[in-house]
Write a protein that binds this ligand. Structure first.
Ligand code: NHX
Ligand code: ZN
Length: 402
């Protein structure tokens, strides 16, 4: 990146490249110099413009016999000056998406080479629990784990530090000194117990990982899942299962506290976004496989995705009705399930109040739910027919739709 450097540095760089051929010249954060010329930002920026011009000239100066390859990286290909992208310059674009689970494991392994890792540490498990993480987030995770290991006067990073580092990068630092009233703590325990229990009782839901009622970042409590590692798409049943798990926090508060908090805002927002996409993008409602609200310019990453309303007022009303139906039916199903499973819910919330953090195996043992079986069943079970025996009659499997 050319911070505070000018055209002469560009000339130098390319000269070095020619001298050292064959070689690769790599320019990071290309948009810092490569933004469209004359495109606002307080009028002309002479130094930057000269740097860009010099780069264009140098790239034209190469011929095919010179073994110099020029590569650059940017998160904003949409703001680059078009001249940079013409043939003979940066004329090939490789779009690098966020890494998938295999990519994340590979990236973790690369950063872990620089540190001492316990032989029992499962980077694959950390990779599975970090969907949406970028390469930089994963580098940060390993770094945080190393710092934490030092702070604990240990020499080797173990799974416990990796797990803690993951939570920190994902949600922010733990806030153990935050003052929380008994009633708020209780509300949090029931909220998280609701997510966790519905997750365990819904075969198509993501596999439960752990639950915590230690405040962290902006959240008072947190339920984490491990999404299926092999799939890139989600079925309607899986989405509906996810909606149920999202609704479960609020429902548990309602059943046990008799009142509810505004803390479920994030759950409600995520559920609503999923339901709206099911109707408007994925053709998963009675409105059929029709896209409502076409996206504009989906090609450019980094640009706000705008939508234009390409449907009538009547259709807008139907869309809203369908979204409501999806959310309210998930909500009603969860209310039925958690009312039936009141005892388990109460036991889990009480255990959480005592232990603060529990993983899926501890929860399974406490509630008499076989975790391994749940994971295997995920692939074969019919949607929502919980295979976990109801507590009232432990011998009989539950077969009714909840
Ligand atoms: C506040 N925080 O902001 C307090 C401190 C319902 C027990 N006044 O759903 O902590 O109320 O299952 C990402 C993730 C905002 C972004 C969580 C933005 C939470 C979290 C608000 C639990 N767990 N809510 C949850 C919670 C809150 C919030 C978030 C976010 C609560 C709930 C936050
Ligand atoms: Zn929640």
């Amino acid at each position: 990146m050319f911070v505070g450097v000018g055209a002469s540095r560009v000339r130098d760089l390319f000269e070095q490249g020619r001298k050292n051929a064959p070689c690769i010249i790599f320019i990071d954060e290309l948009d810092a110099v490569g933004r469209s010329r004359g495109a606002g930002y307080g009028g002309g920026h002479d130094e930057r413009e000269q740097t860009l011009n010099q780069m264009l000239v140098e790239m034209d100066g190469f011929d095919t016999t010179e073994a110099v390859i020029i590569m650059a990286a940017t998160n904003r290909p949409d703001v680059l000056d078009p001249a940079l992208l013409r043939p003979g310059r940066f004329d090939r674009q490789v779009i690098i998406d966020l890494p998938d689970v295999a990519g994340r494991e590979g990236i973790l392994k690369i950063h872990a080479r620089k540190v001492k890792l316990d032989v029992a540490a499962e980077l694959s498990n950390i990779a599975r629990g970090t969907p949406g993480f970028s390469g930089a987030d994963l580098a940060n995770l390993i770094n945080e784990a190393a710092l934490l290991t030092g702070r604990r006067n240990k020499l080797i990073i173990s799974m416990s530090e990796l797990e803690e580092a993951k939570d920190k990068v994902m949600m922010g630092p733990e806030r153990r000194s935050m003052i929380i009233s008994e009633s708020e703590k209780k509300n949090t325990a029931f909220h998280e117990a609701g997510h966790a229990l519905v997750s365990l009782l819904t075969p198509q839901a993501d596999f439960l990982h752990k639950v915590s009622i230690i405040p962290r970042g902006r959240a008072l409590g947190l339920t984490q899942s491990l999404p299926d590692d092999g799939s890139h798409t989600m079925s309607k049943n899986e989405l509906e299962a996810r909606l149920r798990v999202l609704m479960a926090g609020r429902v548990a508060e309602e059943i046990f506290i008799g009142d509810y908090s505004n803390g479920a805002a994030n759950d409600i927002e995520r559920a609503t976004r999923i339901a709206r996409a099911m109707v408007c993008e994925w053709g998963m409602s009675s409105l059929g496989p029709v896209a409502y609200g076409q996206k504009e310019e989906p090609i450019f990453i980094g640009k706000e995705i705008a939508r234009h309303k390409d449907y009538s007022e009547e259709k807008a009303r139907s869309i809203d009705d369908e979204v409501d139906k999806i959310i309210l039916s998930a909500y009603a199903d969860v209310k039925k399930l958690l009312t039936r499973e009141k005892n388990r819910l109460k036991r889990l919330a009480e255990a959480l109040l005592e232990k603060e953090v529990m993983n899926s195996h501890e929860i399974g043992t406490l509630l008499g739910i076989k975790i391994k079986e749940q994971e295997d069943l995920r692939k074969t079970a019919s949607p929502f027919k919980s295979t976990v025996p109801a507590e009232e009659s432990p011998a009989a499997p539950v077969t009714e739709k909840i």
